[in-house]
Write a protein that binds this ligand. Structure first.
Ligand code: C2E
Ligand code: CA
Ligand code: CA
Length: 857
């Protein structure tokens, strides 16, 4: 302990000696300054009194010497005090002082020689007394260093004494001897004084050291006491926490999430750790799942941390024999690596105290108190506390188990056993509740009646087992289509209902229906392979269609039947009159989707003719809807709708595939370099997978890439977005050609034209129509042709209907023409016929006669 090193003040201690020397130096220099002033003054006085007695030259030499020494020493004191001098430097300054003192002593000694009046005994005595006084006065200053004093006083007094003694007369000799006696006395005094002063200094330093050590000792003691007191407080706190938990309702009631929140929070407080985690484990210890994390004041009730224990499962089995485990330093404790592998390091656990909780003697999980940043030990009390906490968790778990039984009973009464969805009773319950809420809030509610198409035949042909699977999967898919606040219920059989609350407008309802149709259509994997399901939906709305739950359900049912009647796989609103517009649009959409499924689309092809040779160089594919009731429908009627609803993506994909397949056929049977122009709509580009699609289609069909000509509209090209450019370049890299459709109708195409990687420009029909009558249109057409030529692009004129237009365009240098003058869009077999006739006609040399081909239309 510290006592052993207490210094005995009388025993020399080098450390203290150096401190003493430093203190001596300090004292010497701090007294010196006034003394040097005084010395200068006394020198002046002596010079004044005894000047007559001195030889003038000797006097001058002395004056310069003495004055210089005192001045230099004076400056040295300033130098000393202006610096921060460390103890190690003290020795140097101490020597400087001693040397200066010697020089001064010489000045004083010279006084006794230079100013010694040869014959005046009175003056001689006065001088001697003065010097003696100086020696006496030097005691307080120089007693800090006895050696300095000895030098000083001897040098100052000896010469004058010698002078007196060597005069040989009785009186001077007496005075001289007396002076020496006094000098000896003074030296003795100085010696005592010096010894006492040094003792004082030395003692002070020695005791200062002891005091310091003593101080540390006391602080350590106080700290230890504080730690003890804190431990005690913590212990007290821990028992309060346990008392609180015993009273905690959530634990007794089996409200597990709440109980874990309370327990972890209290645990963190009482054990003062960074984090408390609660883990559940499998009975075979193959996996630990963190179910609650209280980290730095924040709760996470679903941390989604899983620790697979794999080969270490055996190690974890040790938990069965433990009440607690404490790892005070995860860096050094080997068990840290065994337990909590993959957790310690990412979560920076430095120390951990864990306690397993059990149920029926089996470990169900662990509660872990974790420290982050520094190791720490856990006391016995803390271990006991942790194990009590684990007991509380076990308690909450078994209480929650009891709750679950009650919950299960309640569930059985209100939920469908097969799908877990609310049953009919619960559906009416929820709907009535929703209705009263909607009434108050003045809001709408939609009830959807969803019926699986042809379920009975599935059930009959594939068995109940598959039937059940279908119903369960439909239930899951329906749940995916609505928000968690909406209700999906199963009324029985293959009938499901959905209650939609708090929707913005009918569009939301429609989009839910569409989502349901889409998700239902996703293939379902069953034993014999994939199966595709569809369903029909009827919709009724509160308050428009009914205001009670029974009628709403009935109306939805009625509407569902209408959806079935109009071909299944669709939806139908109960009230056409109230939402006519919306409904017709929706029905059209519904129609369009069905058209896709029923393959009601067909491609027509319009020939494109080379201006100079009159030969057909390619065709443009134009889509038609072969409606079962309405016959052929032009794209203008459905393309915009398809774009709006996103169905354009599927439609466009179909068109591309069909056109490419046809092109490949014609490459082989008609002519190897006939091109196929396909329209790509802006909506297709939004999806951004066009290059992938095109590349797939090229591969599948085997058509020559340069024969595939993609028509993009100016509006797409005008968007200067880099992504659009990238996409177009990608398409070019696949080897296809790009045509700019409807040129001239968009905003400022000329500037963009240079930037876009197109090969062909199509002059819009509107310019061609009035070519001959409207000079403005003619000017635009002419400028376009000129510009295209200068950029090395091919020009195609659309909508050429008359010979006048044809000859105008021929004259202006247009390369290719397309229009009713040559042919209308034709189906594939008509096109082939037209082509063969045209070849014959050309062979007969009657290219100028378009009348013949027109008859084909
Ligand atoms: P478009 O690309 O400008 O196609 C040319 C349209 O002009 C075609 O109309 C064609 O029948 C018509 N046409 C051709 N020659 C003449 C003529 O001499 N006189 C007149 N009055 N009309 C002529 P269609 O087939 O009704 O197509 C209309 C638009 O629908 C097309 O305009 C195109 O933008 C779009 N479209 C057609 N098929 C598709 C397709 O498969 N995909 C996409 N995204 N859009 C298509
Ligand atoms: Ca086109
Ligand atoms: Ca066009």
């Amino acid at each position: 302990m510290a006592i052993a090193t207490i210094h005995n003040p009388t025993v020399s201690n080098p450390q203290i000696d150096s401190k003493v020397l430093a203190q001596q130096t300090n004292l010497l220099f701090s007294y010196a300054r006034p003394v040097h002033f005084a010395a200068l003054a006394v020198f002046g006085l002596i010079a004044y009194l005894f000047k007559g007695a001195a030889d003038p030259e000797l006097f001058m030499a002395w004056a310069i010497y003495a004055g210089a020494v005192e001045l230099i020493r004076l400056l040295l004191t300033f130098q000393f005090h202006s610096r921060h001098i460390v103890a190690a430097d003290a020795k140097k300054w101490f020597r400087i002082f001693r040397f200066g003192n010697f020089l001064s002593a010489v000045s004083w000694g010279l006084v006794g020689v230079v100013f010694f009046p040869p014959a005046d005994i009175a003056q001689q005595s006065l001088l001697a007394v003065m010097l003696l006084s100086v020696a006496a006065l030097a005691i307080p200053l120089l007693s800090f260093d006895f050696r300095s004093y000895l030098v000083f006083s001897s040098f100052a007094v000896l010469p004058v004494g010698l002078n007196l003694i060597f005069m040989g007369e009785q009186l001077p000799v007496m005075i001289g001897l007396l002076i020496y006696a006094v000098l000896v006395l003074l030296c003795f005094l100085a010696f005592r004084f010096n010894a006492d002063t040094l003792d004082g200094i030395r003692t002070r330093f020695a005791y200062a050291d002891i005091a310091e050590e003593f101080d540390t000792e006391v602080t350590t003691r106080i700290n230890a006491e504080n730690t003890l007191r804190k431990g005690e407080q913590r212990g007290r706190k821990q028992s309060y926490v346990l008392l609180d938990l015993a009273k905690e309702e959530s634990v007794a009631a089996g409200d597990l999430p709440r109980a874990l929140t309370v327990i972890t929070e209290k645990a963190a407080q009482a054990i003062q750790c960074t984090r408390v985690s609660v883990w559940f484990c499998e009975p075979d210890f193959t996996e630990f799942r963190c179910v609650h994390l209280f980290d730095n004041g924040y709760h996470d009730a679903a941390p989604n941390i899983r620790l697979g224990t794999g080969e270490h499962a055996r190690l974890y089995k040790r938990l069965e024999r433990m009440r607690t485990f404490a790892i005070s330093d995860t860096q050094t404790d080997k068990r840290a690596g065994d337990f909590w592998i993959n957790y310690i390091s990412p979560y920076r656990v430095s120390a951990a105290l864990g306690a397993p909780f059990r149920q029926g003697g089996k470990v169900r999980g662990v509660i872990v108190h974790e420290h982050v940043g520094y190791p720490r030990t856990f006391s016995r009390d803390e271990r006991m506390f942790a194990s009590s906490l684990a007991d509380f968790i076990a308690l909450a778990i078994s209480a929650s188990g009891r709750n679950q039984v009650q919950e299960q009973l309640r569930h059985m009464a209100n939920y469908d056993r097969l799908t877990g969805l609310p049953n009919r009773a619960m559906f009416h319950d929820r709907l009535n509740h929703a209705l009263s809420k909607a009434r108050r809030a003045n809001r709408e509610i939609a009830v959807l009646f969803v019926d699986v198409d042809r379920f009975k035949s599935i059930n009959d042909s594939m068995g109940h087992h598959t039937g059940d699977r279908v119903l369960r999967s439909i239930a899951k898919r329906l749940m995916r289509c609505v928000r968690s606040s909406d209700t999906v219920a199963r009324l029985g059989g293959d009938e499901f209902t959905v209650i939609l609350e708090e929707f913005e407008d009918l569009d939301t309802v429609v989009s839910v229906c569409e989502r349901i149709l889409e998700t239902t259509a996703e293939p379902l994997v069953i034993a014999d392979g994939d199966m595709q399901l569809t369903c029909s939906i009827g919709i009724s709305l509160y308050p428009n269609d009914a205001s009670d739950s029974e009628t709403l359900l009935q109306n939805a049912d009625t509407a569902m039947y209408r959806a079935k009647k109009s071909g299944r796989n669709g939806y139908s609103f109960f009230t056409p009159d109230m939402h006519t517009q919306a409904v017709t649009r929706m029905e059209k959409e519904n129609d369009l989707r069905k058209a896709m499924q029923r393959d009601e689309f067909e491609l027509f092809y319009q020939p494109q003719v080379d201006t100079s040779s009159g030969k057909m160089v390619g065709v443009e594919a134009l889509v038609r809807w072969n409606h079962p009731d309405r016959g052929l429908i032009a794209p203008g009627e459905f393309i915009p709708l398809a774009e709006e609803t996103g169905q354009i993506v599927a439609l466009g994909e179909w068109v591309l595939r069909a056109a490419a397949a046809q092109a490949r056929k014609w490459e082989r049977h008609l002519s190897p370099d006939l091109h196929m122009a396909v329209n790509l709509s802006v909506g297709q580009f939004m999806l951004r997978n066009v290059p992938t699609l095109v590349s797939d289609v090229l591969d599948e069909s085997g058509v020559k890439p340069e024969n595939l000509l993609l028509e993009i509209t100016e509006s797409l090209a005008v968007g200067e977005a880099k992504s659009t450019m990238d996409l177009l370049n990608e398409l070019k890299q696949l080897g296809c050609r790009l045509a700019l459709d409807d040129f001239g109708t968009g905003s400022s195409s000329l500037t963009y034209l240079k930037k876009f990687p197109v090969d062909i420009i199509k002059i819009d029909r509107s310019f061609v129509t009035d070519l001959v009558n409207d000079p403005h249109d003619a000017a635009i057409a002419r400028a376009t042709i000129g510009l295209a030529k200068s950029l090395g692009l091919l020009v195609v004129a659309e909508g050429v209907e008359t010979d006048v237009q044809k000859s105008w365009l021929t004259e202006e240098g247009c390369d290719v023409m397309q229009g009713f003058l040559f042919a209308r869009p034709l189906n594939s077999s008509d096109l082939e016929e037209w082509y063969r006739e045209r070849v014959l006609l050309l062979a007969e040399g009657s290219t100028g006669q378009e009348g013949a081909s027109r008859s084909l239309n």
